[in-house]
Design a protein around this ligand. Structure first.
Ligand code: BG6
Length: 478
């Protein structure tokens, strides 16, 4: 077996626009739904807003220089739709698109391949006000308007495109990742309706990349956690099959087969949750083929059988406190499956199971299932970091997490899985989607707190130097 990763393997990291950029309502940008959701999180939980985030908008040159110093050959980031088209459609914000031209040029001048995500939870607020955002079919047309403009603009500079970030996570955590107007609260069918509209948008983006970008490659960046059965009781194993179908294959079958997973769709129909599918939708979805699948892998999940005793469906809880065990509940689909804690795995402070083998398992399984190349667009360890008095961050826990996940990725490659890139979360510290800035992920510490943005000074963590060595040896030193 080769000791190193394959030649040409892309090494980098990821961020998303509203979590890192700041300048949320300046320089011609108007709010996105995430700017609104995060303002609410600030009021409810004291988490930082997206107004300044990591101030990447003003630090992007410094950030790219840090990426270059680590030896990055790729950087995955998202474009904020509301920076390009502040009203969702209509007139382009010249200053906004210029920011991305400058960023992409800076990356390319430094030999870093841009991997662009078209949409990362941040729908222009104007479209929520106009027609309730992703709940309306109109959004698909407006997404096409935006995507076509951006893809055309960067068709000669960007080869790798990713479409809609984590549809699976949007369905599971609908309120956090998508603004839901009051009148739709508690209506679970819209989770799957929104997802259907996103499937159409994804297919359109795939077609556009294939039509417009010479040699362009496109795929979805999917939040993916393989599901294990709690025991080898046959019922638990069946529950695992059900959970895999509804939580994972329901998305991947769309991307690669252009169809909804049967058992999942039957379950949704039986419970009045299935999306309305119009004539021509499935044909369009079939035409929008993906070239690869990008995985955001943080953890595996576990489930058990659950009898239907009329207790009703519930979706995932969340841990807001950062104290282990504070997770507010498990997804339950009576008569289908119920998620539960895996007693075999340790977790982060936010109850995310730490499972490098799960990454190996997911990559093996997905490659056997679809035979398409894979890449990592997120993988990381959310933690409270401490800045020491002499200006250091000793994040050995994060180094340990990534070392083990990279070793697992290599084992999958050694078994024949085609892997294009490793872009973990995150290049620099940023605003967590659910826990503010105190939960950190980056190779680079951004000196700010939830209350005080300070100067957002950049400080290299121990993991920064570790990753530099990993990249330099093409993974050979792992
Ligand atoms: C992924 C998202 O789900 O997980 C990122 O794509 C997010 O946007 C990351 O930041 C980590 O989750 P959290 O809730 O800790 O920010």
């Amino acid at each position: 077996m080769a000791k190193t990763f394959p030649e040409g393997f892309l090494w980098g990291a990821s961020t998303s626009a509203y979590q890192v950029e700041g300048a949320a309502t300046t320089h011609g940008k108007k709010p996105s739904q995430q700017d609104v959701i995060n303002k609410d999180n600030y009021q409810k939980y004291g988490f930082a807003t997206a107004e300044i985030a990591s101030d990447h908008y003003h630090h992007y040159k410094e950030d790219v220089a840090l990426m270059k110093e680590m030896g990055f050959t790729a950087y995955r980031f998202s474009i904020a739709w509301s920076r390009v088209f502040p009203d969702g459609v209509g007139e382009v914000n010249e200053e906004g698109i210029q920011f991305y031209r400058d960023l992409i040029k800076e990356l390319k001048d430094n030999g870093i391949e841009p991997i662009v995500t078209l949409y990362h939870y941040d729908l222009p607020w104007a479209l929520v006000e106009k027609y309730d955002g992703w709940i309306s079919r109109q959004v698909v047309e407006d997404f096409k308007y935006y995507a076509e403009y951006v893809i055309n603009e960067f068709k000669n500079d960007v080869r790798y495109w990713t479409t809609i970030n984590e549809q699976s996570i949007i369905v599971q955590y609908i309120d956090q990742k998508n603004f839901i107007p009051e009148k739709y609260q508690g209506n679970d069918q819209i989770r799957y309706q929104i997802n259907h509209h996103m499937n159409l948008a994804h297919a359109i983006a795939c077609k556009l990349v294939h039509e417009l970008v010479p040699g362009g490659l496109v795929g979805a960046p999917l939040g993916y956690a393989p599901v294990y059965p709690l025991t080898s009781q046959p019922k638990d194993v069946l529950a695992m099959l059900n959970a895999e179908d509804l939580r994972n294959h329901y998305y991947t079958d769309i991307y690669f087969k252009g169809e909804y997973t049967k058992s999942a769709m039957i379950y949704l129909e039986e419970h009045g949750l299935a999306p309305v599918i119009e004539e021509g939708d499935m044909e369009l979805i079939k035409e929008g083929t993906s070239d690869f699948l990008a995985l955001n892998y943080y953890a595996s999940e576990c489930c058990k059988w659950c009898e239907d005793e009329g207790q009703g469906i519930r979706y995932n809880g969340v841990n807001r406190s950062g104290k282990k065990g504070d997770l507010s509940g498990f997804e339950t689909h009576p008569g289908f499956y119920q998620m539960c804690k895996n007693p075999n795995l340790d977790t982060t402070d936010w109850d995310w199971a730490i499972d490098p083998t799960g990454l190996e398992y997911a990559f093996r399984d997905l490659y056997t299932r679809y035979g398409k190349p894979l890449m990592i667009t997120e993988n990381g360890f959310g933690a409270y970091d401490t800045l020491t008095e002499d200006g250091k961050v000793h994040d050995d826990y994060r180094i340990d997490y990534w070392t083990k996940h990279l070793q697992a990725l290599k084992r999958a490659i050694d078994k024949g899985v085609e892997v294009l890139a490793f872009c973990p979360w995150s290049a620099v510290d940023l605003l967590s989607t659910s826990n503010g800035v105190k939960k950190r992920y980056g190779f680079v510490y951004v000196d700010r707190t939830d209350d005080d943005p300070k100067e957002c000074k950049r400080i290299k963590k121990d993991s920064f130097y570790w990753y530099k060595d990993v990249i330099e040896s093409n993974g050979g030193n792992l």
